[in-house]
Write a protein that binds this ligand. Sequence first.
Ligand code: SF4
Length: 344
Amino acid sequence: MAEISTLAKYPFLNASKDYVKDNNLSVSEILDDPLYERARMIGLERIDKSFKNRDAGNRSLSGETDCIMELLSYPIARMIAVCIGDVYFKRRYALGEAVHAYKNLINEQMSFLTQVSKEFDIKIEYDEDANKIKIHFTDYLKYAPTRYKEWKMINREMSQGYINISHKDLARLIQEALRARINNELDSRQCNNAIYKTFSTDIQRIQNTVMMHRKKIEAVPVGRLDVEKLPPCIKDILAAIQAGENVPHAGRFALVAFLNSIKLSTNDILKLFSTAPDYEEERTRYQVEHITGDISATSYKPPGCDKMRTYGICPVEKIDGLCKRTRHPLSYYTAKWGQEKKKK
Ligand code: SF4
């Protein structure tokens, strides 16, 4: 069993979950017992800080009690995030936790990073004498933020299927794996009534903040776009980009080609991207104009559902009846407009 201070810093690891299980703590104890008041407060702080600052926040851990409160605050925060229920919010929260973990991971020994990589099934090889780390290219491609120049495969050397990376790179790749894990956990859970009751005031306060934030985003004039009519795949990619998540190239490509096909101008597409916390206009404009054909010979068509599934960007758990009747995200969008016209 890892030290309690380590579990407190990384409460999403399996060992941390085992600790909570092994101590037989029930949800009602965590929610009602005055002993865990501090854990509940930190849980809310994690949520607020992740949404506002893109970082779940640092707290000093000076003894065992501090560590236990910090460790328990994570499942509490996660349960609150599930009850808030907004996909954009959930993504921002997952990102805040993952970014915070990254800031801790860069200061850890290689032995710890190796252990965490194993837990996430990230294949690495570490040569201690030469202090060299290699990662299998499939895991690199899965987690690397390849929209940044330094992460593009063309700028990395590959030998026998492995790519050399630094200690800091490995921490960044784990950040991404962790974000994906937290996202899955948030998406696969239902809101617990007891949690909702205990935190209802805060849940409503945060839901209002999220709504105001979303209104600001959606108030951006964006041509003929109606976000509510977007198919689940495009809605997901857009929410992820606006939350500042690392979206793989295929996702960014599908989104831009889709928006271009529904006749959004390059400037309107850029306005949608501009709400991301890490937005860089020049780089994004170049990528968008390349796909729309403004600076290339081809105006690319958006991929159909089969291809979206092959790229792993059709959220199969979210597909609805209309998805089942259409074979292209564009047909979905057009059909939604048709349904509205019929209603009128
Ligand atoms: S089935 Fe097609 S339209 Fe629906 S979410 Fe998947 S890719 Fe998108």
